[in-house]
Design a protein. Structure first.
Length: 353
């Protein structure tokens, strides 16, 4: 610990990001090898070489590995990275350590749209609809719901060409309340089958991850994860206040617009395919901040990497703990994240923060 404290800020950032990349590779390998049927490391290397060379995978275990376990691990990485980066950006933008993507109505809008799709559209005859389109009806509806809620809150907060963060926060709280009231009403009229679908959605799960879901969500998540670090300097300046950031040459309103759009894209795309997964966007930035400080240029990529690691490990744990059945990954993240966050608040209070 003493050696770490003696390192410069740049050295700490490089060391942390390198360690997180290595940890992500290890957690990804663990996720691929763990499950009802364990896959040893030698078999993983053989499967990877077969995929790279384009050789046909003829065995049932190999096909299951490629069709189920690999896209699920990739979806965990994408979801964790998107939620981690979005949480760090929201905390920097609002200058509030309790901010997360849920403040913008992303989660609430996606949940309401998904509930509408499950309860009201689920009983319709979609036999004439192509199978691929039926597969994406729910995530597309959830993504549109997340984007619509974000635009609605944005319209309330925008005044005179400027976005007022206080109004944005209050509008987000109102939209969240209305959306979750709608979800509650739809839950009360849902059938038993629909109720199970709603419960699975609200608890969060990576069980339905497919290559199609990965390919659709990846561009949005990558735009969020790669675009937000480019706003690191502007977010650092915003920590001084909007007026001081403007004196430093930061286009404050443009920064708000870009950050909010990237957060909506990244978080909305992940929620659309995995449901509600809590505490990743809230807790992960705190962990990275404890290690390297508040510099957003390191905090944003570090939060993306650590979010991917934690969600990948949580999903692996959810599959292994109760095998052959599994726990919803949202339950695992809540069980791990909530006690840690309470401990963090207690430590901050003791330190006088």
């Amino acid at each position: 610990m003493q050696a770490w404290s003696e390192l410069s800020g740049a050295a700490k950032a490089r060391a942390l990001l390198l360690a997180l990349v290595v940890a992500l590779l290890l957690s990804f390998a663990l996720a691929l090898g763990s499950g009802v049927v364990a896959v040893p490391l030698s078999a993983l290397v053989s499967l990877a070489s077969s995929l790279v060379s384009g050789d046909a995978l003829v065995g049932v275990p190999e096909r299951v590995f490629v069709a189920i376990r690999l896209p699920r691990a990739l979806m965990a990485v994408l979801t964790g990275a998107g939620l981690g980066a979005a949480g760090a950006a929201m905390q920097g933008l609002f200058r509030n350590p309790l901010a997360d993507p849920g403040l913008m109505g992303v989660t609430a809008g996606a949940s309401l749209a998904a509930a509408l799709m499950i309860v009201l559209v689920g009983d319709l005859d979609l036999g004439a609809t192509p199978g691929a389109l039926r597969l994406f009806l729910l995530p597309c509806a959830a993504f549109l719901g997340a984007l619509g809620a974000t635009l609605l809150i944005w319209s309330f907060a925008r005044r005179g060409g400027a976005v007022r963060l206080t109004t944005l926060l209050l509008a987000g709280i109102a939209v969240n309340t209305v959306a979750f009231a709608g979800v509650g009403f739809l839950t009360s009229i849902a059938s038993d089958v629909q109720l199970r679908q709603l419960t699975s959605w609200n608890l969060g799960s990576l069980n339905g991850a497919t290559w199609g879901g990965v390919s659709v969500s990846a561009p949005f998540v990558l735009a969020c994860v790669l675009g937000l670090p480019r706003m690191g300097r502007a977010l650092n300046a915003l920590a001084l206040g909007e007026e001081d950031a403007g004196y430093l040459g930061v286009d404050v309103e443009r920064t708000k617009r870009v950050v909010l759009v990237l957060v909506a894209l990244g978080a909305g795309a992940t929620v659309a395919f995995t449901g509600t997964i809590g505490f990743i966007g809230l807790v992960v930035p705190h962990l990275v901040r404890l290690a390297v400080g508040p510099d957003q240029r390191t905090l944003l990529p570090g939060s993306a990497l650590l979010g991917a690691i934690l969600l990948t490990l949580a999903d692996t744990f959810s599959r292994v703990l109760a095998a052959p059945s599994e726990l919803p990954v949202g339950v695992v993240t809540a069980l791990l994240g909530a006690p840690f966050f309470l401990w963090l608040l207690r430590s901050a209070r003791r330190a006088g923060a």
